[in-house]
Ligand binder design. Structure first.
Ligand SMILES: Nc1ncnc2c1ncn2[C@@H]1O[C@H](COP(=O)(O)OP(=O)(O)OP(=O)(O)O)[C@@H](O)[C@H]1O
Ligand SMILES: [Mg+2]
Length: 262
């Protein structure tokens, strides 16, 4: 893979040990993301997408192959990775501000309490949650909680942001709002991103490349570059260009699901 890749997954093969024997999940998977790039990963349910996120974050080691971040091989959990999931898992006994600050209490930092608060407040304002700092998670809507969870994932300025279906549980309009928030966040807080999603529109709206994984054990089946002109707006999703991309992706998913021949 190219030497300029910030995330480089090289020939990763992995099987889980289960009571009924090994379960092959990834098979010679290769994915690379350049610095500042944003790759969406789509594929059939259960094909190994969340496994891939755990490997990038260093939470697991593959049986074969290598994962590289910033030119260093990943063999243990990395604090330079931020993660957000479908369920935001915010701590109810902490305010929104203190939930966002949490990674700064775990990752070593020279910041004072005041500076940590300022950092969290800055991010919360960026996602439209100014004034909600002292609320508890249960006082926020699902979309607001997911915004707070994105702030928490970014608060320690990670190089890499991994999103595992972060908008999957939201209604369509809230989801579209959050897509736009993601573009605003990326413009202000540059990161290299990997987005796992089941939503093909989401993949082409957010990413600059969409990788389709085959069914389990997953390998890279197809790559689609996404090149819209200028800053992205929801209007882009209603262009013939977008319709064509969605058509190609839907066909590739059907192949991955084994519903149609390649
Ligand atoms: N810790 C584990 N031990 C054993 N099997 C596992 C473990 N984690 C996941 N699996 C199995 O590995 C396969 C891939 O799981 P994974 O969560 O990576 O899929 P996924 O693509 O994220 O699925 P989904 O789209 O439903 O989120 C599944 O069959 C799952 O049951
Ligand atoms: Mg998953």
């Amino acid at each position: 893979m190219s030497s300029e890749a910030l995330i480089d997954i090289k020939g990763v093969t992995h099987a889980y040990k289960t009571k009924s024997g090994p379960l092959p999940v990834l098979d010679d998977l290769n994915v690379s993301v350049k610095e500042g790039g944003f790759v969406a990963v789509v594929g059939p349910s259960g094909c190994g997408k969340s496994t891939l996120t755990r490997l990038i974050a260093g939470l697991m080691k593959p049986n074969e192959g290598e994962v590289w971040l910033h030119g260093a091989r990943v063999t243990s959990p990395r604090s330079t990775v931020g993660m957000a999931f479908q369920n935001p898992v915010l701590l109810e006994w902490r305010s929104i501000l203190d939930n966002v600050i949490l990674p700064l209490e775990i990752v070593p930092t020279k910041l004072s309490r005041k500076e940590k608060e300022a950092r969290a407040e800055e991010l919360l304002a960026l996602v439209g949650l100014e004034g909600f700092e002292s609320k508890r998670p249960s006082e926020l809507s699902g979309g607001m909680r997911q915004r707070a969870s994105l702030c928490r994932a970014l608060v320690h300025k990670p190089d890499v942001l991994i999103l595992d279906e972060p908008f999957g549980a939201l209604d369509a309009f809230t989801r579209e709002d959050l897509w736009q928030t993601m573009h605003a966040l990326k413009a202000k807080e540059p990161f290299t991103g990997v987005l796992i999603t089941h939503d093909l529109r989401e993949s082409i709206f957010l990413a600059d490349e969409v990788v389709v994984l085959s069914g389990r054990p997953a390998t890279t089946q197809y790559r689609l570059p996404v090149a819209f002109e200028g800053a992205r707006t929801i209007d882009h999703l209603y262009t013939p260009e977008a319709a064509e991309m969605l058509n190609v992706l839907r066909h590739q998913i059907e192949i991955a699901q084994g519903r149609v021949a390649a």
